[in-house]
Design a protein around this ligand. Sequence first.
Ligand code: XIL
Length: 297
Amino acid sequence: GTTLKAAAERSGRYFGAAMGRDRLSDTGFLAIANREFDMMTAVNEMKPDATQPNRGQFDFRAGDAIYNWAVQRGMRVRGHTLAWHAQQPRFWATLSGGALRTAMIDHINGVMTHYRGKLAAWDVVNEAFAENGSRRSSNLQSTGNDWIEVAFRTARNADPSVKLCYNDYNIENWTYAKTQGVYNMIRDFKARGVPIDCVGLQTHFTGGSSLPGNFQTTLSSFAALGVDVALTEADVTNASASQYQGLTQACMNVPRCIGITTWGIRDSDSWRGNENPLLFDRNSNPKAAYTSVLNAL
Ligand code: XIL
């Protein structure tokens, strides 16, 4: 039979998964990763708190372990993430205003210089919008509304070869205020020449509350602005086969939807407790949703 990556590659797409460094000694995980996936994301190891634990002191050991494992097997790697309200270096909590802005710029430069030329994409900014479509309040937002475009301009200068993405959750439903807020920012960035290449839709579907009925409209609307789109952290409550089929089909129907990443491989890898939201069960067996995704690719 075929595999997720082989099926995705037929249309020039990738099929990815997130992994933590601890999975590098998990033979069950590694066997599936090797067989099925051609893109990896570090689940925590490339986040700001992991890569710069103390001011000016970068630590790439965990991120590099994942990166090296993946590229040695012919996979590519997405970088996640550079600027976010969560999982920040502890010393950022002591900073505000211009000093925090400078620390963000220094962080982007430090991490992107290390990975220059190596990654498929960076989630430059993660989760900067609130559910009502306005900017989420955070210490970074308090440095000024232009913090996101400063992050993207800094990123482009630091590594001109890597795709620069904005990444968020609950932006799958086209009529939702948050989706429109992000859309308006991307449109504004493209109009003013702020460098941005892609939008990552995390695609954490919960309990049928955000069915992908108009999901394809969202993907095609973002793409029409001149950016690629990707499903970056997909997981679905109880791994509904029809919802997985729907999100995969939506991506396949949009030429600029370049790939799908699930946030883990087996249910035992998931951050979502006992929701069993992934394509493989705790015994490493493919679930019904696996077949529905494979058939839709
Ligand atoms: C999650 C990880 O899976 C957890 O291990 C960690 O404790 C918290 O972060 N959106 C994101 C991801 O962009 O970085 C988050 O990952 C899940 C939600």
